[in-house]
Design a protein around this ligand. Structure first.
Ligand code: GLU
Length: 429
């Protein structure tokens, strides 16, 4: 169950953690207000000849650290409130990993699984058509998010190029490789979370091969983190998708689960209609039950607001790696912390995606194509350095990892505001 406002929940954290960071209240006040948000109606000609309208959003939350950056989500629950919260989290996330980006997010209120591939393409293109002047390689750079993928990014870039009569691969990241996408962007979010998990395991002195893991969500992030952790020797005992979950004490072979899901995907084109429930022998569990399993590591990799004050007490994992954005509501923070559960927060754990997006943008701007080895090395360097900084401050000042990550991000943003000089002090436009 979600709270009424995801954005308010995001603000609660910023306000309380800003006090810890000891930051000028005026700077924090600036962070409580999104810079700009576009709400648009998107007319789409459907395959049956009818015209349907969809609501679209794009929020540029804060650009103090650079052009704004963030994904575009296609989901029935997308709304202005959620987009603002996600854009705020992008602002914090880019600051945590030290990228030269501000935060943004966009989305369309749609169930993409109900559209044909052609309808989906027309919807993606009209979104860019109405936002062509809002985004831009130096202004705002979209990327994939929930239920969007490289193919959709390719359509969006092609539409932008056609409108602007240019070739601007740096306007969007997460593109197909053929259109200037980066090697290693596809599994970057999962790989970043995997690297954070390894760091945590190391710090805690745990033995990787003795650990059991439950993953809620079998999209891009969930699949890759599960795959990499399994390859490293962990046992993935539970996994779920939007249809429900499966549990096996012996652990699953993630690759064959994924292949099963891909087969059902081919039936329908871009989107997968199959559920992990239909693929292997298992004990069926609900998404809710997965969260409270007796496992070592819990990885929420689906949507926000799944751990609340109502179920936080029942969580039995020793650690939570947040791949989803905002899976733990602020109301549950104290309960989880008091139980001694280590949480690697979303703004660090899922930052691998935007980090490789940054590499993609750098490659596009410099006309280079990095090798996969270079992408992996650079991602590891950045993620490990960010984790170490967050961990060290948490140890030094007796804070949680979330507090430490926010404190560092807020301090970085605050220093940038101060370095800007006095113009913003006198002019608020
Ligand atoms: N949507 C992803 C996120 O939430 C990636 C954003 C990006 O690559 O710009 O971090």
């Amino acid at each position: 169950m979600k709270t009424a406002s995801t954005f308010n929940d995001a603000l609660v954290r910023v306000k309380s953690l800003a006090e810890l960071a000891n930051i000028n209240p005026e700077i924090i006040e600036g962070l409580l207000h999104p810079k700009e948000i576009m709400m648009v109606s998107l007319p789409v000609r459907m395959d049956d000849g009818s015209q349907q309208y969809f609501s679209g959003y794009r929020c540029r939350y804060n650009s103090i650290l650079g052009p704004t950056k963030g994904g575009v989500r296609f989901h029935p629950n997308v709304n202005e409130d959620e987009v603002k919260a996600l854009a705020l989290w992008m602002t914090i996330k880019c600051a945590v990993v030290g990228l030269p980006f501000g935060g943004a997010k966009g989305g369309i209120t749609v169930n993409p699984k109900a559209l044909s591939p052609m309808e989906l393409e027309r919807l993606s293109r009209v979104y860019i058509r109405v936002l062509a002047d809002f985004i831009g390689p130096h202004r705002d750079i979209p990327a994939p998010d929930v239920y969007t993928n490289s193919r959709i990014m390719g359509w969006m870039m092609a539409e932008y190029d056609a409108i602007k009569r240019t070739h601007a691969p740096d306007v969007i990241t997460g593109k197909p490789i053929e259109l200037g996408g980066s090697l290693g962007r596809d599994d970057a979010t999962g790989r970043g979370a995997y690297l954070c998990t390894l760091e945590l395991i190391n710090k805690m002195g745990w033995n990787l091969t003795e650990l059991s893991v439950a993953v809620q969500g079998f999209g891009n992030g969930g699949y890759h983190v599960a795959r990499l952790l399994q390859q490293a020797g962990c046992k993935i005992v539970a996994i779920s998708d939007s249809q429900g979950g499966i549990y096996s004490e012996d652990g699953f072979d993630i690759e064959s689960l994924w292949q099963g899901k891909q087969q059902s995907k081919q039936v329908k084109g871009v989107y997968c209609h199959g559920s992990v429930c239909e693929i292997v022998k298992h004990e069926r569990i609900s998404n809710e039950e997965l969260l409270t399993l007796d496992v070592d590591i819990l990885i929420p990799a689906a949507l926000e607001g799944v751990i609340t004050k109502n179920n936080a007490n029942k969580v039995r994992a020793k650690a939570i790696i947040e791949i989803a954005n905002g899976p733990i509501l602020s109301e549950a923070d104290d309960i989880i912390n008091n139980k001694g559960i280590k949480v690697v927060p979303d703004v660090l754990a899922n930052a691998g995606g935007v980090t490789v997006s940054y590499f993609e943008w750098v490659q596009n701007r410099s006309g280079q194509a990095w090798t996969i080895e270079k992408v992996h090395t650079q991602l590891k360097e950045r993620m490990t350095a960010a984790f170490e900084k967050v961990w060290d401050l948490a140890e030094k000042e007796q804070r949680t990892l979330r507090e430490s990550a926010y404190v560092q991000a807020l301090r970085r943003i605050s220093s940038a505001v101060e370095a800007h000089g006095t113009r913003d002090y006198f002019n608020h436009n």
